[in-house]
Design a protein around this ligand. Structure first.
Ligand SMILES: *[C@@H]1O[C@H](CO)[C@@H](O)[C@H](O)[C@H]1NC(C)=O
Ligand SMILES: *[C@@H]1O[C@H](CO)[C@@H](O)[C@H](O)[C@H]1NC(C)=O
Ligand SMILES: *[C@@H]1O[C@H](CO)[C@@H](O)[C@H](O)[C@H]1NC(C)=O
Ligand SMILES: [Zn+2]
Length: 269
């Protein structure tokens, strides 16, 4: 089995009250001085000590023999990607029911609800949230799951209520074949949601597995952290896959069509 790591610093499960505060959509943003990430500390649990994202230092992570590949059920189904929405902060893709995540370290089945992206400026300015050994990737894809199919507000009250699978995305001229084709088909939907609030049906027949390509599902970093946007609820089991998904560089650009500058400051801790 390929190695799996667990950063030592995060072995302790902090049982904080998952109190979810209602935080208005304009209380936070990425790029304006009034509401950029350094101002989030007063919102919800954003000032807490189990906060995500982090810079994962591989030398400080511990190999855990008992963790194996994550078990994904239904991810190959071509009918599960429903609507795509421009939220003003990201593009969010709603998923049909029946996509399940299970595996060691997960105390119950987790149901996939939606996925979204974090990006910078194409290949020239990377925009992943997590770093590996100080390296930031072009984009990061987050698939959000809730324990036992709870709704998000209930899941946000449980210290292990949400499981996020995070995949880095990098532009590569070597990317071709089925994965590149799936990304092309997916990216074409972005132009339909170029305005904040716009929501459209996805016009594709791709599956989540098509987008994930040949990512090794047994090579990941696991830690307990938080949502990365306010209220930053400390309720997330993070699984960060070590191998990036490689896509043709030109498919990183169209995220600009969503007219959402999303560049996080370098100092995100
Ligand atoms: C994966 O999960 C499915 C359903 O959640 C289950 O039926 C199956 O036995 C699991 N496979 C492994 C290898 O654990
Ligand atoms: C390995 O992972 C399992 C499942 O999450 C956990 O219970 C155990 O404490 C971990 N062991 C180490 C040494 O980190
Ligand atoms: C979430 O689920 C709980 C329990 O099923 C329910 O009481 C609550 O109204 C739901 N919240 C939302 C926002 O749907
Ligand atoms: Zn995210």
């Amino acid at each position: 089995m390929a190695p799996v790591w667990l950063p030592k610093a995060f072995l302790v499960v902090l049982l904080l009250s998952g109190g979810s505060h209602a935080i208005s959509d304009d209380a936070w943003c990425y790029n304006q001085p009034r509401c950029e990430p350094n101002t989030w500390v007063t919102l919800g649990q954003c000032g807490g000590n189990r906060q995500s994202p982090i810079d994962i230092i591989s030398g400080k992570a511990t190999h855990n023999q008992s963790l194996g590949a994550v078990n994904l059920t239904g991810y190959g189904d071509h009918k599960k990607l429903l609507n795509i929405k421009n939220t003003g902060k990201t593009v969010d893709i709603e998923l049909a029911s029946g996509l399940l995540l299970s595996g060691h370290g997960l105390s119950a089945p987790y149901t996939a609800k939606a996925f979204h992206f974090h990006w910078g400026d194409g290949a020239s300015k990377p925009g992943s949230e997590h770093y590996i050994n100080g390296k930031r990737y072009s984009m990061e894809l987050h698939i959000v799951h809730t324990k036992n199919n709870k709704n998000i507000s209930d899941a946000a009250k449980d210290p292990e209520g949400i499981a996020v699978l995070a995949f880095f995305v990098e532009g590569s001229k070597n990317a071709k074949g089925k994965t590149a084709g799936a990304w092309e088909a997916f990216i074409k939907n972005l132009e339909k949601v170029s305005v904040k609030g716009k929501e459209e049906e996805l016009d594709t027949t791709i599956s989540l597995l098509d987008l994930l390509g040949s990512t090794d599902l047994a090579r990941y970093y696991r830690y307990l952290g938080s949502l990365t946007t306010p209220g930053c609820n400390e309720v997330v089991i993070w699984t960060i896959f070590a191998d990036p998904i490689l896509v043709p560089p030109k498919w990183l650009r169209p995220f600009h069509l969503t007219s959402m500058p999303q560049i996080l400051p370098e100092d995100h801790s």
